[in-house]
Design a protein around this ligand. Structure first.
Ligand code: 3H9
Length: 701
């Protein structure tokens, strides 16, 4: 028996305890330990019931994701669960924390399940490009019905313990001690002389509904909501097998479908995304004893869309926040915006009226900087202009208490210059939220030259408190995300001059998997934003380099995107559906003519490579400059802030999967034809020559 699984005999009850921190994942030692423990409980004449319980914060949170892609090691999880289910003595799984994936499958193998009231259960394999491969697709529908099982397996979203009871997944809820609850339940089973109740032998969930119709409907939903994803369709096929085949054959079919998913490139990319997100929270050179400051109150300066979104993020996390505006009218508008945003959530049903009022009560409007004196953190979200930032930071320096974190939400300005407006640059950090800040998960934490370790650690802790995915970035124009997206957007525009339409470019990138095309995105955020950035950048641009001109032409014609009813597309009042803008055609023709370009049809692959490889080349430069800590951090930024498809793992992982030599060859070709900005990043050249990947370079391999 391994240490990760212990068996204690308590009178007539076998108590099996799993202890494999941090999340009790089902690595080989746990599988072997479980197998041995159940076999011993079975063999022990004295034992009349079995309790399975986990130590630490959670029940088993799934298979050990690190083992995927490596040679399989016996015993396999399906074998272990077969033994658990086959046990002749009734067993109960005691669930706390999160019983996920293989963890829930183990629990379904047990004959009864009880859950602590605050627990959650789910089958999130689809988020890793997989399907539940240890009986989950066969056993869950037998208990919960096909509709609920399809929902849980295809969405991957966990449900609460109470909901699990409603759907026959869990038998009972409890409060308090896990072992006491488990032993208590087991004693009842013994007293009542209960026999094993094997999930695989249940049929009630498969009866009484039009399963074929449910499966058809799920197919339609997946086609619409999850285009391009490999595993959701296999999830449906596996559940369908449960409705058609006896258990043993259904399990076999599930294994085949699981193997297809395991071997798909999407699984590699999604598992990369999972670990990349966890890795992003770690700062390489931060001493491990760095203690973050405590954040109990916050303030936000600026009641525009961004400022209000940030204030809502604090309120959502239960942190009291002051919202500062320059005068009463502007403040009123900001507060109203906060109320309207919550009201929309109430209307959608995602927030209760009570919760809305509680959160609004956490937001206090102020117009006087003096009111910010007690804030632990102040986030500035005012106009992107250095003079304005100077005024704000000088005032903050004058009023904020010592130790307050002074944060700027700037998306492109020099944070070190902003910090220099204060006498405490070590307390200044960038907190670059993405719009809408209350919705978007990404937070770029900008580490200034003088930002102290403690302040950086606090900024990361704030991100965690606000349930954001935080990534540390260094100071440069646009930091990581916007610096790269500038290259991407510029190439998209050059494609318009070469002969493409916005529809073609957006369509190609959407087919690649981007959540939105670059032109629809620009119309949404407003073309004037890009124009202001270009104006600033043109001043420092070498004469032989220039930007494409279509966007400037649209701005000159007053077509600034959705807010003016036209931009790259045309919009009917009150409708966000992009329609063809008939005035754009002549502008495209003119832009091509001015540059002496003969317009021609462009194929999708060319469009995608031109835009995505521009991201990769810039990403490689960013890595070399140390602006990002690791290539996977860049991936996390693109996955969470820019709608990059998770199943491709992020731009750097995607480049690895295409092959850096292939990427470099295209970059070189574009460099020779298009302009200096395509100069290959030395890191890209080096890795391609060595036959290595960004991932290997990051891992020091
Ligand atoms: C599966 O089960 C397949 C089966 O159907 C079939 C098999 C045949 N494995 O997220 P956190 C690590 S697929 C290995 O920061 P939290 C994580 O990397 C699996 N490691 O904590 C991190 O390490 P580090 C289905 C794992 O409290 C540390 O644990 N299950 C695993 O915010 C803490 O993680 C899932 O997909 C794992 N399974 O959230 C569940 N899980 O400290 C995936 C975590 O070195 N896990 N680690 O960076 C989660 O959703 C969250 O981790 C959880 C805890 C909610 C459990």
């Amino acid at each position: 028996m391994t240490e990760a699984v212990r068996l204690e005999i308590r009178g007539e009850i076998a108590l099996i305890k799993v202890n494999n921190p941090p999340v009790n994942a089902l690595g080989q030692v746990v599988r072997e330990g479980l197998l041995n423990a159940f076999q011993r409980a079975e063999a022990d004449q004295q034992v009349r019931a079995v309790v399975l319980v986990c130590e630490g914060n959670t029940f088993i949170a799934g298979a050990d994701i690190k083992e995927f892609g490596k040679p399989p090691q016996a015993p396999s999880l399906p074998e272990v669960i077969e033994v658990i289910e086959g046990c002749s003595k009734p067993s109960v799984a005691v669930i706390h924390g999160t019983a996920l994936g293989g963890g829930l499958e183990v629990a379904l193998g047990c004959h009864y399940r009880i859950a602590r009231r605050d627990a959650k259960v789910g089958l999130p394999e689809v988020k890793l490009g997989l399907l539940p491969g240890a009986g989950g697709t066969q056993r869950l529908p037998r208990l919960a019905g096909v509709e609920k099982a399809l929902d849980m397996i295809v969405s991957g979203t966990p449900i609460s313990a109470a909901e699990a009871v409603e759907h026959n997944i869990v038998d009972e809820l409890f409060d308090g001690d896990l072992v006491d609850a488990g032993l208590g339940y087991a004693r009842r089973m013994v007293e009542e002389n209960r026999a094993p109740r094997r999930t695989g032998e249940q049929t009630q969930g498969l009866e009484g509904a039009d399963n074929e119709a449910l499966i058809r409907a799920k197919h339609a939903e997946v086609a619409k909501r999850m285009p391009g994803l490999f595993s959701p369709l296999r999830c449906i096929a596996a559940v369908e097998a449960a409705t058609q085949l006896p258990l043993a054959e259904g399990l076999k079919r599930e294994r085949e479908l699981f193997a297809e998913c395991l071997n798909s490139p999407q699984r590699g990319a999604l598992v990369h995304s999972f670990f990349a997100e966890r890795q992003a929270g770690k700062i390489n050179d931060l001493p491990s004893d760095t203690k973050p400051r405590s954040i109990k109150t916050a303030a936000v300066i600026g009641g525009g869309t961004m400022g209000v979104g940030i204030a809502l993020s604090f309120a959502n996390a239960g942190v009291p926040v002051k919202l500062l505006e320059i005068n009463k009218e502007a403040l009123q508008r900001g507060l109203q915006r906060a109320r309207d945003t919550y009201a929309a959530s109430v209307k959608r049903g995602s927030l209760t009226e009570d919760a809305m009022e509680q959160r609004l009560a956490l937001i206090t409007g102020v117009t006087d900087y003096g009111a910010l004196a007690d804030a632990d953190v102040v986030v500035e979200a005012v106009f992107e202009e250095m003079g304005v930032k100077q005024q704000v930071f000088e005032q903050l320096d004058a009023v904020c208490k010592p130790g307050a974190i002074l944060a700027s939400n700037t998306s492109s300005l020099d944070l070190d210059a902003i910090a220099a407006f204060t006498k405490r640059p070590e307390d200044v950090v960038g907190l670059h939220f993405f719009s809408p800040a209350n919705v978007m998960r990404l937070l770029e934490v900008v580490r200034g030259e003088k930002t102290s370790n403690e302040v950086l650690a606090t900024a990361m802790a704030i991100g965690k408190q606000l349930k954001k995915v935080s990534v540390v970035v260094g100071v440069c124009d646009g930091f990581v995300g916007n610096r790269m997206v500038f290259q991407y957007g510029r190439e998209a525009e050059f494609l318009l001059e070469e002969g493409a339409t916005p529809q073609q470019v957006d369509g190609a990138l959407r087919n690649f998997g981007m959540a939105m095309g670059p032109f629809a995105m620009r119309d949404l955020s407003g073309l004037d934003i890009g124009q202001a950035i270009r104006k600033r950048q043109r001043a420092t641009l070498p004469a032989h380099l220039d930007f494409p001109t279509v966007s400037d032409k649209l701005c000159a014609a007053g077509m600034l995107g959705q807010k003016t009813g036209a931009g790259y597309y045309r919009y009917e009042p009150g409708n966000r559906t992009p329609l063809e803008n008939p005035e754009l055609g002549p502008m495209l023709e003119a832009a091509s003519r001015e540059k002496g370009i003969e317009r021609k049809a462009l194929d999708e692959q060319y469009i995608v490579e031109r835009c995505i490889f521009a991201l990769v080349n810039e990403g490689a430069k960013i890595l070399e400059e140390g602006i990002a800590q690791r290539s996977s951090d860049i991936d996390v930024i693109y996955l969470n802030g820019y709608g990059f498809p998770a199943f491709r793992g992020g731009p750097m992982f995607y480049a690895d999967s295409v092959g850096l030599d292939t990427v470099l060859a295209r970059v070189k070709e574009l460099y020779s034809r298009c302009g200096d900005w395509w100069k290959p990043a030395p890191l890209l050249e080096k890795l391609a020559a060595e036959g290595r990947t960004f991932t290997e370079w990051q891992a020091g391999r």
